[in-house]
Design a protein around this ligand. Structure first.
Ligand code: NAI
Ligand code: OAA
Length: 269
């Protein structure tokens, strides 16, 4: 029988707390061993009712676990990622946009034996994108539409004096590549970063971001034109109560990703 893997989660917000609860409820082959948080007291309260409460530790100490899931704000990414990668562990990022300007971490992982496994997260179809990218790909685009409040606080909006609160009709607030999208919207378009890593990279992956009062869901449409196939796929994510920027499917996608690390039967590439 495969060995049980221990899991550490950094951040207990919309993603981390849901993931922690699911792991505590039981996922075969995985055991939630540790969590970290900004507010340690709140974290203790959050896990108090767990069947098997994990340890609450500083970010760097999560690296004692076999798998470290980062579910914290992008600003904490480097600290969490570096510790896990230096320790040669499996690192599962949520703040994928923060990985794009830190590809040296991937090089470092090659030396330490760590693995970086990017979950599909709030997106869909990365299996097909990866397959297409084994052959020739002409273009990859993503169009993201969110209710305006799902974009609030993005540095790009501040820099360009865009007040999404005042938007009353669907408005394109960004057009550019995935690298720039991730810098300008670090808490809003991690999906674009994941798509870029699955396909043709952050410079060639093109992104449009719309503030759309007409949608209630975070809606992502990806289009791929490749030698082997043409793909058009849309996902409409229900925003989570805790953080409207984050689709409810995200922690579920991470559970599915973690299950794939230990399960005998794994579906999808
Ligand atoms: N890959 C994907 O498809 C998606 C990625 N995300 C990204 O995942 C990350 C987490 O998202 P949410 O759970 O919605 O955020 P959230 O804001 O609901 O939760 C983040 C948690 O981290 C805690 N935290 C703050 N500073 C910390 C620190 N220094 N160390 C440890 N914990 C700290 C906060 O107190 C909070 O509980 C964000 O960067 C978000 O942009 C969100 C949705 C989809
Ligand atoms: O990509 C992100 O950061 C979050 C997102 O759009 C979603 O959850 O639908």
């Amino acid at each position: 029988m495969a060995k049980e893997l221990t899991v550490g989660i950094a951040g207990l917000g919309a993603i981390g707390l849901h993931l922690a609860r699911q792991l505590d409820a039981g996922v075969q082959g995985l055991r939630l061993a540790a969590v970290s948080a900004r507010d340690l007291k709140k974290a203790q309260a959050n896990i108090a009712g767990f069947k098997a409460p994990p340890m609450v530790v500083p970010n760097a100490e999560l690296a004692a676990c076999d798998i470290v899931v980062e579910a914290a704000p992008a600003a904490a990414f480097e600290e969490i990622a570096s510790a896990a990668i230096e320790a040669g562990k499996i690192f599962v990022p949520s703040s994928v946009g923060a990985l794009l300007p830190r590809m040296h971490l991937v090089e470092r992982a090659k030396q330490t034996g760590a693995r970086i496994i990017v979950p599909t997260g709030a997106l869909l179809g990365l299996d097909a994108v990866r397959a297409a990218a084994e052959g020739a790909v002409e273009s990859v685009t993503i169009e993201t539409r969110k209710p305006p409040r799902g974009l609030e606080g993005a540095p790009y909006l501040k820099q360009h004096n865009i007040d999404v609160g005042a938007i009353t009709t669907a408005t394109r607030v960004f057009k550019g590549n995935a690298f720039d999208a991730a810098q300008g919207f670090p808490a809003n378009v991690n999906v674009a970063a994941a798509l870029a890593l699955a396909g043709i990279g952050p410079e060639r992956t093109m992104v449009e971001i719309w503030a759309d009062p007409g949608v209630t869901r975070n809606t992502h449409t990806i289009r791929v034109e490749a030698a082997a196939a043409r793909l058009t796929m849309t996902i409409e994510n229900v925003p989570s109560e805790e953080n409207p920027r984050t689709g409810k499917i995200t922690p579920l996608s991470i559970v599915a990703c973690l299950r794939g690390l230990t399960s005998t039967l794994k579906v999808g590439s």
